[in-house]
Structure formats: C-alpha cells, structure tokens
Ligand binder design. Structure first.
Ligand SMILES: C[S@@+](CC[C@H](N)C(=O)[O-])C[C@H]1O[C@@H](n2cnc3c(N)ncnc32)[C@H](O)[C@@H]1O
Length: 378
C-alpha cells in the first residue's frame, strides 16, 4: 500500500526539472525522510541574528513531516557541530551539515554529466541523500563518498543502510580524495572549495570530470565543471548561473580579529561599490582579491585581508564614491581591474568565465583560456 511519504516523493519527482528521467526515478524511489533522521533545524529571527530551532519528527504529525521531507528545500541538520537531534533548544552559528534541496542535488548530478557505469567520488556525504541517489542510479560498487565530520558520517551510514545502500563511505578530509578506489570517472563535491585540490586531479581519469562549487571569502560563487586532459591539466567553462554550498571545512573563512577601519590614502573609486552586493558582481570582484573578506553593504564596503592586514573602505561622496586603501595589497585597485575588464567584455554572466587548472596554478579566465585571467589561491 502506498504511504503518504510515497505519494509526496512521487509528486516531488514529477515536479523536478530534471532532463534525465533516471534521476527523477531515483528521487521517486529514495526515501528522503530516512536521511532527515529525527530532527532538522529551521531558521528563525533572534535578537542578534538567525536562531536555528530544532524541529523534531516526534513533535509533528506524519502529514507535517512528509510535507517537510518532500519540500524542495534544504534542511540544515547540524549547526556548529551540533546535530539537530542532539540540540536542547535554539542555537546560533553557521550550518555545518544539511540535506541539500533535491532540485539542486539533481542539478549538480546532471551538471556533472554522470552516466550509467561511471565510478563516482562524492565529497560531502552529509545526510547521505545524494549518495543514495547515486547508488540508485549506478549501483553501490560505483560510489565512494567522503564525509569530514564523524558524527555526520555515522548518521549517514545508518540512513544509507536503512535505505538498502552500501557505497564505500569514508570519514576524513575529502580534499585529500580517496586513493584506494581511484581512478574515478566523475568527482562531485557538495561543499564549496576555493580551488581544486591537487589530489582530485590525480584521482580522476584522463577525460573524466570534476564538478565542484567554487567559493571565495567575499561570498562570490561559481560552479566549476572541468575535464581532465591527458597532460595533468583540466579546463572548463562555468554554467550560466551560480550555486551556493557551505564551505569544505578547511576552506572556510578565517576568523577576523578586531580591526580599525578607514585607514590609508583616499582617492575616487572607478567603480560603483554597490556592485559587490550582487552575486555576479561579487564573484567578479573576488577574482581580484581572492583572500579578502567583505563586510559592509551598499556604498560602504569594507574589504579586509587577514594575512596581510590590507584593507579597503568605500564611502559615497558628491558625484560618486571614494575609497581608502591601506596595507601591502591594494585590494580595491585589484577589484577595479577585474570589474573593469569584465565590463569591457560586456558584463557577461558566469558562462563568460571558465577555469584552467595546471600544475603551476589555477586561473579563472574571461572569454577564453587565453583571455584576461586571475589566479585562484591554490
Ligand atoms: C551541503 S552538505 C552535503 C549535502 C549532502 N550531499 C546531502 O545530499 O545531504 C556538505 C557536507 O560536506 C561536509 N564537508 C565539509 N568539508 C568537507 C571535507 N573537507 N571533506 C568531506 N566532507 C566535507 C560537511 O560536513 C557537510 O556534511
């Protein structure tokens, strides 16, 4: 007999905009409720920002829980290392694990071009939901998934077992890859990296692909999809829009110490600082200053580089904006260079850019691999 959960699951699968019907079948068959476990977090407003309230399955009716499980929504399952089922009350902090919205999981799987017979390495098992979709499509023997956090990995293992899946599950830093099951045809990451880790380049076969969200400390993101050539390099153009995933743990923003802003020499800004509030604009700006963090909004942007103490602060003034810069890196000069090159090229979306990885370095380019380019902090 079909349950409420089966009905909702089929509704979600029918609704998803997947090009490949086999991913829809996987969504229709894999019980997402198993991967949400006993509780998830819901974001609420607190006096000092977001408060994450645990929502427990045993506090809801089956109808309510089935709606939650099959909403095309991301459900955060861990905040600052505390799993939702272990939380005694609301918490503040950053999400450290989640079940990504199924629509985005399927989009990633399709962007990765995963086909029957592929051996796949997934970085960021999380709840195990995307791992289960991979097992459904490819078979357990083709899937290896790495999770950094031991408690998250334990939880994923039991959910996958309950769903009848037995992939290779590894607890560790996915940025180091997993050599015993290499070579892989496809590598897919569901956590963001600042650059492509070297181990991934060694473990994916020639002609194979790496699909990973690229993110930086200003908040700009892009989806990298690169194909490995036979000479140790890889290259690929970004898709037309961006996507956001939490940082791979070793790649997250370093803490800022206390700082005094507004230092340095002042001049007119050549660009509108409000551009950095836009997801495409900040992606371009970040190319110029990849180790800076962004604070402030609108006309009053603050860029801080933790390693060198360099800073840039913008202010509105009659007829435009001024910028003050201080420290060994001229952060705003570099941001302006990137933004002006992009504007000169007609301000294309993400598909105007691509990534080339070589043993010497990693460069995001504009237009073509021989066009203007910027180093990633690899
Ligand atoms: C957005 S969640 C993954 C969602 C998951 N694929 C799903 O469908 O439920 C990102 C996960 O990546 C994990 N992670 C972060 N850094 C990692 C790393 N260096 N290696 C492996 N996993 C990592 C986090 O602990 C988190 O569980």
């Amino acid at each position: 007999m079909r349950t409420l959960f089966d009905t909702r699951r089929r509704e979600l699968a029918a609704w998803l905009a997947a090009e490949d019907p086999r991913w829809k079948t996987a969504v229709a068959d894999v019980p997402r409720e198993l991967f949400l476990g006993e509780a998830v977090y819901r974001a609420g407003d607190g006096p000092d920002g977001t408060v994450w309230e645990p929502v427990r399955r045993d506090g809801m009716t089956a109808e309510q829980w089935s709606r939650l499980a099959y909403e095309d929504a991301t459900w955060v399952t861990q905040i600052g290392g505390v799993l939702a089922e272990d939380a005694g009350g609301g918490l503040s902090g950053d999400p450290t694990s989640s079940s990504t919205l199924p629509g985005l999981v399927v989009r990633m799987l399709e962007a990765a071009g995963i086909g029957d017979g592929d051996r796949v390495l997934e970085i960021g098992t999380g709840t195990g939901y995307s791992t289960a979709l991979l097992c459904h499509r490819l078979g357990d023997g083709k899937v290896t998934s790495i999770e950094y956090d031991p408690a998250v990995a334990r939880r994923a293992r039991s959910a996958l077992t309950a769903a009848g899946c037995a992939p290779t599950l590894v607890v560790g830093d996915g940025l180091a890859g997993y050599e015993p099951n290499a070579e892989y045809d496809r590598l897919i990451a569901t956590c963001s990296v600042r650059y492509v880790p070297a181990a991934w380049m060694w473990e994916v076969r020639d002609g194979g692909t790496i699909t990973a969200p690229l993110a930086g400390w200003m908040g700009g993101t892009a989806l990298a999809h690169i194909t490995l050539a036979g000479d140790g390099t890889a290259c690929g153009r970004f898709p037309a829009d961006d996507i956001g995933f939490m940082f791979a743990r070793p790649h997250g923003r370093p803490p800022l110490s206390s700082y005094l802003i507004g230092l340095g020499d002042e001049r007119d800004s050549l660009i509108d600082p409000r551009l950095l509030d836009d997801s495409l604009g900040v992606f371009v700006a970040q190319l110029g200053a990849p180790s800076a963090q962004k604070l402030g909004l609108g006309d009053e942007i603050i860029l801080l580089d933790v390693a060198t103490g360099s800073q840039a602060t913008t202010r509105p003034c009659a007829g435009g904006w001024t910028v003050r810069q201080h420290g060994p890196l001229r952060l705003w000069d570099s941001v302006e260079d990137a933004v002006l090159a992009w504007q000169k090229a007609g301000s294309p979306d993400w598909s105007g850019f691509g990534l080339t990885v070589t043993q010497e370095g990693q460069r995001v380019w504009l237009g073509s691999p021989s066009g203007p380019s910027w180093n990633l902090p690899a």
